[in-house]
Design a protein around this ligand. Structure first.
Ligand code: DON
Length: 560
């Protein structure tokens, strides 16, 4: 039998296996899905108090900065996509910015690239954006008083909260890296002893910073005492961020990336995230195929997905960076149906393509970020992904200010021309420069149908984020899964280079994986991919259905 026939027969055989669906959590009035149950509840309490989805998102973000310190933050940055029930969708960009003294060679030591400088030193810290971004979203669309939204975080930092088993283990794992910073050790250990599950973690310095933010808004972080403490820490340790850099930080409102997929409207994050463009490019390619008919987990679909991912991630590396520094990015072309036509002609049904190894490669990236999704009773939808980059970021707690600084500068390319087989890229669009934003993969996304909100989705996971979000959408739109099943289903990842499909342990039939190998794909099993937080509006009875990702512990779907 020719390979193609063998493949077809087997693909049909395995495609019909059905997935048992877990039941989603349902609610009428409002829902917050986040990676921390306390923070989800803080958000829903805001909805119950008459706040809207933006209010709830702001309160959830501040609460996560206290109760989920690996990724929740005020010392990092991120993106918020908002689809109001009435009016125009908008994206808020609060990505960190390079300080004024940044250069594209700042991570070289005697001409040699230094991973330590790039990812772990004070030179890895970007000017934080979270507080300014949340404040801007609240100024534009919030309805409750700002203090009301910061207050739960103040209380959690002051009175403390119960350390979960997950947090205790996460802190224990990370302390070896970050415990060398005295303020970090003081904040996240009991005089050097690890916090155990059930202990109460209080963060008084963080509480004081949050009070300044509650009282003074943006100035409570970017000016005055907080700014002074950040500058002092930087000056004492070879960092570059000054009070001027902090004062000059500006979040931005941007037009979301828009696409369509089988008549569904896709809204996602534009540059400096690559997420929206890569997502729409992949969806445009996949729209050409009978994804629903061939079934979840079929070799045909996994092959098509991997080929779409390969092509879109190659474009990501080649073209994308901060739009304020790369005015000529071909965004319209990359997200057009005509371009997807061109690309799909290069995809063979019976054979994997090859990613060119002569081209540049990817740097390592950690999977620590956090996403949360919010929908309110008016069906305003908010999708937020924000991050410190690595888990606990740079690991540097600002002494006296009680919050962790990001290491987001590591998302810039390491230096000009630094392209090599060991995983560095040195292409121009994403080299560091003063006041530039580093390229991201975060993909907070909203799907609508017939003018109505359908789905809010997003995930952490570094470069895997875009593919995780893609698969939650295919699972709902093509495979008819509910929100929980869409989150539970196995995931794959291909990012052009390395030329490899990574698949989740126990997520797919071994027969399917064999077919993919016959097609020429290199396969690698991984433990888990991403932590998606999904809300779907069930239009049959206008109920919200939440999918919580139990790949990690600690999250919840809070409802009202
Ligand atoms: O912006 C980015 O794409 C990365 N800094 C995100 C890091 C990340 O997702 C780590 N996450 N889980």
């Amino acid at each position: 039998m020719k390979l193609v026939h063998k493949v077809t027969a087997l693909a049909l055989a395995v495609a019909s296996h059905a997935i048992a669906e877990n039941v989603p959590i349902r609610a009428k009035n409002g829902m917050v899905v986040s990676q921390n149950d306390i923070a989800s509840q803080v958000g829903v309490d805001v909805l119950k108090d008459g706040g809207n989805a933006i209010d709830a998102a702001v309160a959830t973000a501040f609460a996560l900065a206290v109760t989920h310190p690996s990724a929740g933050n005020i010392g990092g940055g991120g993106f918020l996509v908002f689809r109001p029930a009435e009016g125009e969708p908008i994206a808020f960009d609060f990505r960190e910015m390079a300080p004024a003294k940044a250069t594209d060679t700042m991570w070289l030591e005697s001409g040699e690239y230094s991973y330590e400088r790039h990812h772990l030193s004070h030179l890895s810290v970007g000017v934080p954006g979270t507080v300014a971004g949340l404040h801007m979203a609240w100024t534009e669309h919030g309805s409750l008083p700002w203090e009301r939204l910061v207050e739960p975080a103040v209380r959690l930092a002051t009175e403390g909260f119960e350390v979960t088993d997950g947090l205790s283990r996460s802190l224990d794992r990370t302390m070896e890296r970050i415990g060398k910073h005295a303020a970090t050790k003081a904040q996240f250990t009991k005089n050097g002893e690890p916090y155990a599950a059930g202990d109460i973690l209080k963060q008084p310095d963080l509480a004081a910073t949050l009070v300044r933010i509650a009282e003074k808004g943006v100035a409570g972080f970017y000016e005055g005492k907080t700014a002074e403490l950040i500058e002092k820490e930087m000056m004492a340790n070879g960092g570059l961020i000054t009070r001027e850099d902090l004062k000059a930080y500006r979040p931005k409102m941007r037009a979301p990336i828009r696409g369509t997929y089988r008549g569904y409207e896709i809204l996602s994050m534009p540059p400096p995230s690559s997420g929206g463009i890569v997502l729409v490019e992949m969806l445009n390619i996949l729209e050409r195929y009978d994804i629903a008919g061939d079934g979840f987990g079929s070799a045909r679909n996994m092959h098509r997905m991997a080929e779409a991912m390969r092509r879109a991630y190659s474009d990501r590396a080649q073209y994308l960076g901060d739009p304020d520094f790369n005015p000529d990015m071909p965004i319209d072309r990359l997200t057009s149906k005509a371009y997807a036509d061109e690309l799909s002609k290069t995809i063979r049904a019976d054979k994997a393509s090859k990613s060119s190894p002569e081209s540049f490669n990817w740097p390592a990236e950690s999977p620590e970020t956090t996403h949360f999704s919010v929908v309110d009773s008016a069906r305003n939808g908010v999708s937020v992904t924000y991050t410190l980059e690595y888990g606990y970021g740079s690991g540097i707690v600002v002494p006296g200010a009680g919050f962790l600084l990001n290491n987001e500068m590591g998302d810039f390319n390491g230096g000009p021309g630094l392209t090599n087989e060991s995983g560095l890229i040195g292409t121009t669009p994403n080299l560091a420069a003063p006041h530039k934003r580093m390229l991201s993969s975060m993909t907070p996304t909203i799907v609508a149908k017939d003018g109505k909100l359908l789905m809010v989705t997003g995930s952490p996971g570094g470069r895997t984020i875009i593919n995780t979000v893609l698969q939650t959408i295919l699972n709902v739109v093509d495979h008819g899964m509910n929100a929980q099943a869409a989150v539970d289903a196995g995931r794959i990842h291909h990012q052009w280079l390395p030329d490899q499909i990574r698949y989740e342990h126990n997520g797919f039939s071994p027969d399917t994986l064999n077919i993919l190998t016959w097609l020429g794909h290199d396969l690698r099993e991984i433990g888990r991919q991403g932590v998606a937080q999904v809300i779907v509006v069930n239009h049959e009875d206008d109920m919200l259905e939440g999918g919580l990702d139990r790949r990690v512990s600690g999250g919840s779907v809070a409802t009202y």
